[in-house]
Design a protein around this ligand. Structure first.
Ligand code: SF4
Length: 755
C-alpha cells in the first residue's frame, strides 16, 4: 500500500532547478500547471517554451492507476510488450465490476463469484509485473488514490477519466486510454499536446447549503461539456484556500465533465491537513520544504488575464446551490429555479432515489454534511419519500464512517449501503423499484448523468447535486424542493424546515480501517503464472492489428453517420457489457449500438450496403469485414466525449472500420484511435457533414502521402453516381503516423523492444 516517498522526494529535489529553468526559458512567471508540466519533461530540464494547444510534448509521469474494467485490456496489452516489471509505480483497483443491488455484504459476495476469473487475472498479472492490487471492496480508484498516493506537484496518469480527481491534492493527474498507460508501464514517454490554461479565481467563502460541488456545477454551466477541451483548469484565490482538500477533489473530479485535460489547485494548509490525516506526515513535510514551487507564481494570480487563456471568476459567498441535468452534466439550474424549469420541460417531479457517494463525493466531510440532513429527518420525524443509496469511496472511509455512527444515521432512513465501488455510477445497478423504460427522476452526488448511465433506462432523469442537497431532495421526494425556502410536513402533521448542513472536514478520532484491501506484489514475480482460458467469455489474449499497406484507401462504405451526442458510452456501452472488457471480440458486439443513426434517428439500426437491409451496427460491420470491405464512421461534435476507454477505439478497429470522420473529437478518444492504428479525421468544413448520404462510398485519394499538417482529400461517391470532394484535417505528428503505419502504437513498441 505504501506510497513511494523516495520517488516523491526525488520529484521535489529536482523541482527547484526545473522550475527556475522553465521560468527562464518561458521568460515569465509560471502557473502551477506549467511548473508541474515543465518539471516532468521526459528530457529533463526545459530547453524550449512550448506553444499551448499546438506542441506535442513527451512527459514522464510519476504514477499510474488502473481500474478493473480498463485494466484488463491495458494489462493484456502490457503483457505483449515483453517487459518483466512496470517501469513506474502502478496500482490496479477493482471497483467497476461490482453490481449494486441488495447491499454491500451480498453484492460483494456475488461479484467475487461472478467476476472471479477477471479479478484473479488482474491479481496474478499485478503480482507478476510488480503492480499494487486493490481487491474488490477496497474502494473506488480515485478515492483510494487520494487517500494513499496523490501528492502535491506530482504527475499521474490513470486509465479512467476521473483520474483528474487527484488535482484536489495539487497533482496534474490525467485520464488516458489503456494504450497510453501501457507506454508508460513499458518505460516509454507519455505524449500530450501542451494544454491551454483556464484560470478560475475563487473569491469569498462557501456557506450554508452551498458546497464545493456547486462550484463545479456552476463551472460546468459556464464552460459546457466542451469548454475545457485541451485545457488544464487551475483554481486559485482565497476561496480556493478556504475549501477542504476533498472539496477540491470533487471540483477537479468533475473537470472531466467539461472535457478538461485536468484541473488542479495550489498546495495549501487544507492539503497539509489531509496528508497528515491520511498518515502521510513525511509527504506533507517534503511538500512544505518546496511549497513555493507547488503553487503558481504570485504575479500569475495577481494578473491572471495575462497568463491564462481564459479566466473565470466565481464569488463563493454569492454562489447558490445547483442541480445539473438531466442527461448532461452542464445543464446547470440553481435550486431556487428548478421547480419552474422542471415544469417547463416536463421533468418528473417525484424523486425515486437519492444516491450519495461515488469517487466524486464520498469524503468524510461529504458524509457528515449529508448525515447532518438525514439526522434532522430522523429527529424531526420526517419520513424520507425517496429511497437512499450510499456508495462509500473506500473501505477506510466506510470503516471510519461506521465507527463514527454516520452510516447508522442513513440506515435509520432505510438507506442501502452498497459496496465501496462504482455501482449505480456506471450502470452497475440492478434497480428493484423500476424495470423497463418508465420515465422517472433520481438525484445523485455522482458526476455523470448521460442517458442510461445509472440504470440502463433511457427515461431515467438523473440530476447531479451536492451530497447534502441530494439528501434534502431525497427526503422531500420532490425535484422542486428548495430547502432554503420550503417546509416539509412531518409524521405529526407539523410544518418543519431543514436546517443548514453541518460538516466535519476530517475525523477528529482519525481515519481507521481493519483491512484496507491492498495486496502487494511479489518482489520477483517471474514465476507467477497468468492464466487465460481458451474458451473464456471474458478474457481473450490479443492478436496484433494489421499494419497499413501504404496504399490509398478506396471503396470504403459508410457504416453509420452518427447524429448528435456520441460519447464513449454510445460507442462502447458500459452496464452489462463491462463483463466483456477483457474480451475484444465479445465486447465488439456492443460497437456503436448507442449511436443515433442520422438517417432514421434510431440507435443500432443501420443500412447494409451489401444487402440493402437494416440491422444492428455490429452485425452489419461484421458482414463488411467478412467481405473485406473497409468502412467509415461519421460523427458530430465532440465525438467520443466521456470516458477514456480504449475499447471505443479498439472495437471498430477489430471489426474492420478504417476511418472515423467527425466535426470534432474529445481528446482522449482521438488519441485512442491513433494508438489503435485508426484514422481519426475532422471535416475541414463542418458543413460537409451534411453532404454524407446513407449509401456513400469514400475514396481517400492522397492518403499515401499522409504527413503532419497536411489535409487529406476524400472523394465521396453517392448512390446516384454524383460526387463531392472534401478536405479532412488531422492532428497526427510524425511518431503518430508511425503508429498508423505499424497498425498500432503497441506494434511499434514491440518492434522497438525486440530491436
Ligand atoms: Fe466509478 Fe463513477 Fe467514479 Fe467512474 S465516475 S470511477 S464509475 S464512481
Amino acid at each position: 500500500m505504501a506510497y513511494d516517498i523516495d520517488m516523491i522526494k526525488k520529484v521535489y529535489d529536482q523541482m527547484a532547478d526545473r522550475v527556475t529553468k522553465a521560468r527562464e526559458v518561458v521568460g515569465r512567471p509560471l502557473t502551477l500547471a506549467e511548473k508541474i508540466l515543465y518539471s516532468h519533461l521526459w528530457d529533463g530540464e526545459a530547453t524550449t517554451a512550448y506553444e499551448r494547444a499546438k506542441d506535442y510534448v513527451e512527459f514522464s509521469p510519476d504514477r499510474i492507476a488502473c481500474q478493473d474494467a480498463t485494466a484488463q485490456m491495458a494489462l493484456l496489452q502490457f503483457m505483449q510488450a515483453g517487459k518483466k516489471k512496470v517501469a513506474v509505480p502502478t496500482t490496479v483497483h477493482c471497483d467497476h465490476l461490482i453490481q449494486a443491488k441488495m447491499g454491500a455484504a451480498i453484492d460483494l459476495q456475488s461479484a467475487n463469484k461472478s467476476s472471479s476469473e477477471v479479478f484473479d487475472f488482474l491479481e496474478s498479472v499485478s503480482n507478476k509485473y510488480g503492480i499494487g492490487f486493490w481487491k474488490p471492496g477496497a474502494g473506488i480508484i480515485h478515492q483510494v488514490v487520494l487517500e494513499n498516493y496523490a501528492f502535491p506537484g506530482g504527475m499521474m496518469i490513470g486509465t479512467d477519466s476521473h483520474t483528474v480527481n487527484a488535482g484536489g491534492l495539487g497533482m496534474v493527474a490525467i485520464g488516458v486510454g489503456g494504450a497510453d498507460a501501457v507506454d508508460v508501464m513499458a518505460g516509454m514517454p507519455w505524449e500530450l499536446k501542451f494544454p491551454k490554461l483556464i484560470g478560475v479565481k475563487l473569491t469569498g467563502k462557501l456557506s450554508g447549503w452551498t458546497a464545493p460541488k456547486d462550484v463545479i456545477l456552476k463551472v460546468a454551466g459556464i464552460l459546457t461539456v466542451k469548454g475545457g477541451t485541451g485545457a488544464i483548469i487551475e483554481y486559485f484565490g482565497e476561496g480556493a484556500r478556504s475549501m477542504s482538500c476533498t472539496g477540491k477533489g470533487t471540483i477537479c473530479n468533475m473537470g472531466a465533465e467539461v472535457g478538461a485535460t485536468t484541473s488542479t489547485f495550489g498546495y495549501d494548509e487544507s492539503m497539509e491537513r489531509y496528508l497528515k490525516a491520511t498518515n502521510r506526515e513525511d509527504v506533507a513535510e517534503a511538500a512544505n520544504a518546496v511549497k513555493e514551487h507547488l503553487t503558481g507564481d504570485d504575479e500569475v494570480y495577481t494578473n491572471p488575464e495575462t497568463y491564462f487563456d481564459e479566466v473565470i471568476e466565481i464569488n463563493l459567498s454569492e454562489l447558490k446551490p445547483h442541480l445539473n441535468g438531466p442527461f448532461t452534466p452542464d445543464l446547470a439550474t440553481p435550486i431556487s429555479e428548478m421547480g419552474e424549469k422542471a415544469k417547463e420541460n416536463d421533468w418528473p417531479i417525484n424523486v425515486d432515489w437519492g444516491l450519495i457517494g461515488s469517487c466524486t463525493n464520498s469524503s468524510y466531510e461529504d458524509l457528515t454534511r449529508a448525515a447532518s440532513i438525514a439526522q434532522q429527518a430522523v429527529n424531526k420525524k420526517i419520513k424520507s419519500k425517496s429511497d437512499f443509496g450510499i456508495n462509500p469511496g473506500s473501505e477506510q472511509i466506510r470503516y471510519t464512517a461506521e465507527r463514527d455512527g454516520l452510516l447508522k444515521i442513513f440506515e435509520d432512513l432505510d438507506a442501502t449501503v452498497f459496496t465501496n465501488a462504482c455501482g449505480p455510477c456506471i450502470g452497475q445497478w440492478d434497480r428493484s423499484d423500476r424495470k423497463g423504460e418508465e420515465k422517472n427522476t433520481i438525484v445523485h452526488s455522482f458526476n455523470r448523468n448521460f442517458s442510461k448511465r445509472a440504470d440502463g433506462n433511457p427515461n431515467t432523469h438523473a440530476f447531479v447535486g451536492s451530497p447534502e442537497m441530494v439528501a434534502a431532495i431525497a427526503i422531500s421526494g420532490r425535484l422542486d424542493f428548495d430547502p432554503t425556502r420550503d417546509k416539509l410536513i412531518n409524521e405529526d402533521g407539523e410544518e418543519v424546515m431543514l436546517d443548514e448542513p453541518q460538516g466535519i472536514e476530517l475525523p477528529t478520532k482519525g481515519f481507521a480501517v481493519e483491512d484496507a484491501g491492498y495486496i502487494a506484489p511479489k518482489e520477483d514475480g517471474s514465476d507467477v503464472e497468468v492464466k487465460v482460458a481458451e474458451d473464456s467469455e471474458r478474457l481473450q489474449l490479443l492478436t496484433p492489428f494489421e499494419p497499413w499497406d501504404g496504399e490509398n484507401l478506396m471503396g470504403a462504405k459508410l457504416l453509420i453517420k452518427a447524429w448528435g451526442k456520441c460519447t464513449t458510452d454510445h460507442i462502447s456501452m458500459a452496464g452489462p457489457w463491462l463483463r466483456y472488457r477483457g474480451h475484444l471480440d465479445n465486447i465488439s458486439n456492443n460497437c456503436l449500438i448507442g449511436a443515433i443513426n442520422a438517417f432514421n434517428k434510431k440507435s443500432n439500426f443501420v443500412k447494409s450496403q451489401i444487402t440493402g437491409e437494416y440491422d444492428g451496427v455490429p452485425a452489419v460491420q461484421r458482414e463488411y469485414k467478412k467481405e473485406g470491405i473497409p468502412t467509415v464512421v461519421v460523427g458530430d461534435h465532440n465525438y467520443g466525449e466521456g470516458s477514456s476507454r480504449e475499447h471505443a477505439a479498439m472495437e471498430p478497429r477489430h471489426l474492420g472500420v478504417k476511418v472515423v470522420l467527425v466535426k470534432s473529437f474529445a481528446r482522449i478518444h482521438e488519441t485512442n484511435l491513433k494508438k489503435q492504428g485508426m484514422l481519426g479525421l475532422t471535416f475541414k468544413n463542418e458543413e460537409d457533414y451534411d453532404l454524407i448520404q446513407e449509401d456513400d462510398t469514400f475514396n481517400f485519394i492522397d492518403l499515401a502521402e499522409f504527413a503532419p499538417d497536411k489535409d487529406l482529400t476524400i472523394e465521396i461517391v453517392h448512390a446516384d453516381g454524383s460526387k463531392d470532394t472534401i478536405k479532412a484535417e488531422h492532428t497526427y505528428n510524425l511518431p503518430q503516423i508511425e503508429w498508423y503505419k505499424h497498425g498500432s502504437a503497441l506494434n511499434l513498441i514491440k518492434k522497438e523492444n525486440a530491436a
